[in-house]
Design a protein. Structure first.
Length: 277
């Protein structure tokens, strides 16, 4: 009986010891010269506690990012502020950010708190706002914008539009300008007496409404896809994706563009951009 008991005890002694559970909160692993923040297992919390913990965890992380812990970590305040603003609007993201932040901190500690590891950590934090808000549109076209068209510069007046926003764009029809000293005066419809432009120097070619000097729209999606279209004195445009709408005229040389002037009164094309049904 004693022999069997000793055998059992020896077998138990030979069993590998289970690793200790990871710490919760500020802690360190062997060989570290500073702490990292270990978030609690989110899946063990009920939703109400989970929501409260997100805010508390973000505050803890900020103390380290801001350098308040005096542990070798100090992140650019602008980076911290930008990320905090996004996380406050997307609190669920705090959970994944906290987990990956631990890995960044661990790499920093294992590298002996090196400047290179800290720079990599800061670079990751800097990239997060763009990653977390990709595909979002925080400023839909729900307002009316009024401005004068500058015919001496290219694309201008960027207006944020969300996917499927519809914009009605109108230009005053009485105001005239020309795009060369020898060209006729015309409205935002362009020089309709001239042949339609096929010169690749013009931003709008091959469209039956693309005359020299025509008021144009240019929409650039968040992914960089560009759409150029004629507006003339009025057009309605639907945004196929999130992006920005710009205005200009169908021209490629700006120095000789002139508004019509009678006595001391100079014409100016006024453009209105407003939501369309």
């Amino acid at each position: 009986m004693l022999t069997m008991l000793l055998l059992v005890m020896n077998a138990e002694a030979r069993k590998p010891k289970a690793p200790p559970p990871p710490p919760v909160g500020w802690g360190k692993e062997e060989g570290w010269t500073g702490d990292c923040y270990f978030p609690k297992d989110w899946s063990t919390m009920v939703e109400v506690d989970r929501r409260m913990a997100r805010s508390a965890v973000l505050n803890e992380l900020k103390t380290q990012w801001s350098g308040a812990r005096d542990d070798g970590v100090s992140i650019d305040p602008g980076v911290v502020e930008s990320l905090e603003n996004v996380l406050m609007a997307k609190p669920q993201s705090i959970e994944t950010v906290a987990a990956t932040n631990l890995e960044q901190c661990r790499a920093f500690r294992l590298a002996g708190n090196s400047e290179a590891a800290l720079a990599a950590w800061e670079g990751w934090l800097r990239s997060l706002p763009g990653q977390l808000t990709k595909g979002d549109c925080t400023k839909p076209l729900t307002y009316t914008l009024f401005n004068y068209l500058d015919i001496n510069i290219g694309w201008q007046q960027p207006v944020v539009m969300c996917k499927d926003n519809r914009a009605r764009i109108t230009a005053t029809v009485a105001d005239k300008y020309r795009t060369a000293d020898s060209a006729p005066w015309h409205t935002a419809a362009g020089d309709t007496a001239a042949p339609r432009t096929n010169d690749p120097q013009y931003p709008c070619t091959g469209n039956e409404l693309c005359f020299p000097g025509t008021l144009l729209g240019r929409f650039v999606t968040d992914d960089g896809v560009e759409i150029v279209f004629p507006i003339g004195t009025e057009a309605t445009f639907r945004a196929p994706e999130n992006g920005q709408l710009y205005l200009s005229i169908n021209d490629y040389s700006w120095y000789d563009n002139r508004y019509f002037k009678s006595a001391s009164i100079e014409d100016r094309v006024a453009v209105t951009i407003e939501p369309a049904p």
